[in-house]
Write a protein that binds this ligand. Structure first.
Ligand code: AP5
Ligand code: MG
Length: 230
């Protein structure tokens, strides 16, 4: 059985930070749809370039495109022992499609982790985040005059969608389209929440522990017995 983790949470909750750490530790791929789109834009991929205008405005890319991207990624052999999804699913249609993909993938159920952080902290984090314009690495904290990207030395820039007005729109879109996905998952025995408003190390520890517990729950355990409130 593989370990298939879905990281849920609003923009800036730390999904990418924690997904990268957990995936590295467990030797499974991190599948971040936002990173895939941004990499595609850098590489001149036509689908990603078409999505760029929506991303820059804080809107979601259409379900059909996103499901196709994830379907292709999950078909690769490196997902045989599991994966960590970051940024997908973001709509109930995407969550339904993921259930179908996982059923045909056949390597085990999903563990869903919702990372919770108060909104004022999300806004603060996104205002200060910088990413490398060459390789996309998130480089924090921002030290004025700091050298470039710790990975490739590239220039650090603000994500276009981290502009204050776009962040508010992303939070609105999250409430409208992605919060219902939590309701879709909430009654599952392998649904958990972690407090994302702690140091990254403490979040990682809590995440490890809830994933450990959740993956020990038999898939057949009563669907109505939710373990966490959010
Ligand atoms: P995406 O890239 O997925 O953006 P997002 O969900 O808005 O989330 P972020 O990447 O902003 O936040 P995060 O939770 O990963 O936090 P991070 O770890 O970086 O999507 C971008 C766009 O692509 C979407 O708006 C949409 O247009 C499109 N898209 C992508 N997937 C899609 C889909 N499935 N369907 C439709 N459209 C899709 O952390 C944030 C900051 O906080 C960093 O600076 C970090 O260093 C810092 N930080 C992290 N943890 C902590 C901590 N514990 N304490 C203090 N600081 C912390
Ligand atoms: Mg991210």
């Amino acid at each position: 059985m593989g370990l298939n983790v879905v990281m849920m949470g609003p923009p800036g909750a730390g999904k990418g930070t924690q997904a990268a750490r957990f995936a590295r530790q467990r030797g499974v791929p991190k599948i971040s749809t936002g990173d895939m789109l941004r990499d595609g834009i850098r590489d001149g991929n036509s689908v990603a370039l078409e999505a760029k205008a929506l991303m820059d405005m804080g809107q979601l890319v259409d379900d059909r495109t996103m499901i196709a991207i994830v379907q292709e990624r999950l078909s690769r052999s490196d997902t045989a022992h599991g994966f960590v999804l970051d940024g997908f699913p973001r709509t109930v249609s995407q969550a339904e499609a993921l259930d179908r993909l996982v059923a045909s993938h056949g390597n085990g159920p999903l563990v869903i982790v919702n990372v919770t952080v108060p909104e004022d902290e999300l806004v603060r984090r996104l205002a200060t985040r910088r990413i490398c314009e060459s390789c996309g690495t998130t480089a924090d904290p921002v030290v004025p005059g700091a050298a470039g990207c710790p990975v490739c030395g590239g220039t650090l820039v603000q994500r276009i969608d981290d502009d204050a007005r776009v962040v508010l729109e992303r939070l609105r879109v999250y409430e409208e389209s992605t919060r219902p996905v939590l309701e879709y998952y909430r009654s599952r025995p392998a649904f958990r929440a972690v407090n994302g408003a702690q140091s990254p190390e403490c979040v990682a520890q809590e995440l490890e522990s809830v994933i450990e517990q959740a993956s020990a729950v038999p898939a057949s355990f009563g669907r109505s017995q939710s373990r966490e409130s959010e």
